[in-house]
Design a protein around this ligand. Structure first.
Ligand code: NDP
Length: 804
């Protein structure tokens, strides 16, 4: 039986393009700009036909400046609107998007090449739902985010694979939270963003709240570098994400990155095979495979390998590739010639390296940017094709023996965006989900999205979430931050401070240091260890009295500490929250027994008053109690997306965390960072204050008597800059909190690009560690965890479970 063509009528979309003279320009302060003298244009093309749809304006620095200025001018009033007012605007946008849904869908397909079936039934409804969902958040912001405020102006850069949907994912939460926006679409796909700008006018959105700058990557770079931007949100390739992290390091701009993936699609031998095949069609061939979370690595259990691959090949034969405007087409065109060449090259190379290729013969139209659905077998997990994001309809197939094997292969990439697990054994599925390093896990389903469920990556797939309550935090900062002022450089261990504090290693009067050598060592793997370099540092009080000596740690000590932490991390993460809480209580109990001793040490070390020293220890004990209490309460959520099932949003530990502590209230700040990190199940490598480390080194004995498993807390003393550098560059460290000077913060952010570790830097702003509002709370818990969303469909009865 042959399918008859069922083409969508594109006349209304073409009329819309004609009305604009085929010109697509920036939208700034409520108006489409008229380009100045000698503007540069580049073509907008339909990748399915090569036909020119119009031309896109290459914005200039002047345009970006104007857009940022307009966004800045509008921001205060926008944020000051009552939630209900912002909600009304977002709701109006939703309704208008629904009204123009067909036009959006046709424009998207013309511009991007994706099948009309997908733009009509998936992209546009999902984008609309995103605004709908966020209208609700705008409304309840004050109740749900007390103590938080918007960053200000958000610079947003999006890719070409879901032009309208990515716009919605970026713009809706930004506007709901009171930020204003400067958005740059990808150079290949501009049309639906233009229509969206028109809708903003129609909805009466205040001028300057949403601004659009058209252009290529250079325009993106202008946004990244712009001083007037407070928050950057990027979706795209890991390479450009890395570049943006580097370029914005030290600028103080908040950053979220949604990057690439190489997501495993795991099929066990007890799976519902037909459903798993159907799910895979969606996982790898939806949107021509140009999906960041595409299930591009099929991991299939050895015992069903042959039969599964056979079925999959048969199913693939039925896919139709062709004119994306045809409603019967499954795969349309890839976005442009560059992407087509990239896919072709990667597949050719894989075949040369030994992969066996399976494609549908003569599947593609002879003209246009088409690539056939492709299965590659005889692929090893470490092969380039199984490691690199292809971003095309190309599936690599790998077999596995058992559950352990599946987890090991699934995690054997630098990415961690999504994963799918097919098995009828729910016990195994729910055991697999936490074991896989990915921000989203779909059980017996794939490519599920909903605005109420967060989406985002682990590891080099980026950080920050879009959707869900966690996605809102990406656009908010604690209000107390704007009240902090910069600490004196001496206190913050900056480069300047290091010069001023050269006395640390100089001669000082020996105060009451005992004659017997009591040089504190490092604490690694649960043991006190002499520093590798065998050097020590004198610790001198502000009044110039030498109060003790500590080991001067070096790169090797940090590497040993990271190794110990890595060894302990998995076990500690698996310990029950109750167990972790118990250990934190023990630590507090044992510290309390020695409170006077610690207070005396703090006083001698920092020259503070006895009362201040006593208070510091008391608050440290309180803080340990506080986080002991939190261990089993920072719980995550159960979402109810529109499917028969639930989505479990789990707060998981990040892994190995580096903690570089400030000099202010040195013992209290040290405890304030270590306690939330370990309470949430992370193992850590801690650098205590370089100036005042002695209370932290006394703390070893408390740890030794409190049942803390070896390697969960590792402490290395020494020069802050040297130790920070090694931690920041170490691929075994997953997150780094740096409380120090702004130059150090800039360094840390730039160095974090090696493995895209999550960083939290305070840019030299002095926190008062005695104030609970600044020094403890959910902000710390959130920074010590990452949300994994696990989608669990359920139901057996054909009546949709409605009969009882
Ligand atoms: P990019 O990561 O280059 O593009 C994403 C966005 O970033 C675009 O708007 C782009 O602008 C912009 N951009 C480019 N350079 C800079 C810069 N220096 N500073 C700021 N913004 C910049 O993806 P590509 O489109 O080039 O695709 C390349 C590969 O990336 C693909 O083959 C695919 O593998 C992967 N990719 C992954 C995506 C994901 O979601 N994981 C999405 C898109 C691509 P412009 O396009 O206008 O030049």
């Amino acid at each position: 039986m042959e399918y008859g063509p069922a083409p969508e009528d594109d006349k209304p979309a073409r009329a819309w393009i004609d009305q604009r003279g085929g010109k697509f320009v920036s939208f700034i302060n409520g108006k489409f700009v008229t380009p100045g003298d000698k503007p540069t244009w580049f073509p907008a093309e339909n990748p399915a036909t090569g036909e020119k749809l119009g031309q896109v304006y290459q914005s200039t620095q002047k345009d970006v400046d104007a857009a940022v200025k307009a966004a800045r001018a509008a921001q205060e009033n926008w944020a000051a609107l009552p939630g209900f007012e912002r909600a009304k605007y977002l709701y109006a946008i939703t309704r208008l998007m629904q009204k123009h849904a067909r036009l959006f869908a046709v424009l998207e397909t013309l511009d991007n090449g994706k099948p009309i079936r997908e733009s009509r039934d998936i992209d546009v409804p999902a984008a609309t739902a995103h605004f709908h969902h966020h209208a609700g958040w705008a409304q309840i912001m004050d109740d749900e985010f007390d103590g938080y405020e918007p960053y200000g102006v958000a610079g947003q850069i999006i890719p070409w694979n879901f032009p309208l949907l990515m716009l919605a994912w970026k713009v809706a939460p930004a506007l709901a939270t009171g930020n204003t926006v400067v958005l740059k679409p990808a150079e290949q796909t501009n049309l639906t963003a233009q229509l969206f700008a028109e809708i903003c006018v129609e909805a009466g959105l205040p001028k300057g709240v949403f601004n659009l700058v058209t252009g290529d990557g250079k325009v993106g770079a202008m946004i990244v570098a712009h001083d007037g931007i407070d928050k950057l949100a990027f979706t795209g390739s890991t390479d450009i994400g890395r570049l943006i992290r580097k370029e914005s390091a030290g600028s103080g701009k908040a950053l979220t990155l949604e990057l690439g993936g190489k997501s495993p699609y795991i099929v066990f031998d007890d799976a519902d095979i037909d459903s798993a095949v159907e799910g895979l069609v969606d996982a790898i061939w939806f949107n021509q495979g140009e999906v960041c979370c595409a299930g591009s690595r099929l991991l299939v259990q050895e015992s069903i390998y042959d039969s599964f691959v056979e079925k999959l090949k048969r199913r693939m034969q039925n896919l139709r590739v062709g004119n994306p405007m045809d409603k019967c087409v499954d795969l349309g065109a890839v976005v442009d010639k560059t992407q087509l060449d990239r896919i072709t090259k990667l597949v050719d190379k894989a075949v040369k390296d030994g992969a066996e290729i399976y494609q549908i013969k003569d599947a593609c139209p002879t003209k246009g940017c088409f690539y056939p659905p492709t299965i590659l077998t005889n692929v090893e997990p470490s092969d380039e094709i199984a490691q690199i994001e292809v971003f095309g309809p190309v599936l690599s197939v790998i077999s596995f023996r058992n559950q352990q094997d599946a987890v090991a292969i699934a995690n054997n990439t630098r990415f961690g965006l999504a994963a799918t697990v097919w098995t009828e054994n729910i016990n195994m599925a729910l055991e697999m989900a936490p074991a896989i390093k990915a921000g989203v896990v779909w059980i017996n389903s794939s490519n599920r999205f909903y605005a109420g469920c967060g989406f985002g990556g682990y590891r080099e797939s980026g950080y920050g979430r879009e959707g869900g309550k966690e996605g809102l935090y990406a656009y908010l900062k604690p209000s107390y931050l704007s009240t902090l002022s910069e600490a004196s450089p001496r206190k913050r261990g900056s480069t300047a401070a290091k010069k001023m504090d050269s006395r640390v290693r100089g001669n000082a009067d020996a105060g009451d240091v005992a004659l017997i050598d009591r040089t504190a060592k490092n604490y690694i793997g649960g043991k006190q260890k002499r520093p590798d370099g065998n050097y020590s540092m004198k610790i001198v009080s502000p009044s110039g009295v030498m109060v003790g000596e500590v080991g001067e740690g070096n790169r090797k000590d940090i590497r040993d500490a990271v190794e110990a932490a890595s060894g302990a991390a998995a076990g500690w993460a698996k310990a029950t929250p109750f167990n972790r809480g118990q250990i934190l209580y023990y630590i507090a109990e044992n510290l309390s027994a020695r409170a006077d001793e610690f207070a005396a040490r703090i006083k001698t070390m920092t020259d503070c008053t006895p009362a201040a020293a006593k208070k510091e220890v008391e608050l440290a004990i309180q803080r340990l109690f506080y986080y002991a209490g939190w261990t089993d309460k920072h719980d995550g959520a159960v979402h109810t997306p529109p499917l028969r099932g639930v989505t479990l949003a789990m707060n998981e530990p990040i892994g190995v965390m580096g903690l570089v502590c400030p000099d202010d209230q040195p013992f209290l700040s040290f405890i304030s960072l270590v306690a939330p990190a370990i309470a949430m199940g992370n193992a850590c490598v801690v650098v205590p204050s370089s100036l005042y480390p002695l209370a932290a080194t006394d703390f070893y004995q408390v740890l030794e008597t409190s049942d803390v498993p070896g390697g969960v807390i590792n402490i290395v003393t020494g020069d802050r800059a040297t130790l920070t550098k090694t931690i920041a560059e170490h691929d075994g460290v997953d997150a780094l909190w740096y409380f120090g000077a702004d130059d150090g913060s800039a360094f840390v952010e730039a160095a974090s690009v090696t493995n895209l570790k999550q960083t939290w830097c305070d840019y030299g702003l002095a926190r008062d560690w005695t104030k609970a509002a600044q020094a403890q709370g959910r902000e710390y818990l959130r920074r010590a965890t990452q949300v994994k969303n696990i989608w669990v469909p359920y139901g057996e009865s054909s009546g949709g479970g409605g009969g009882y």
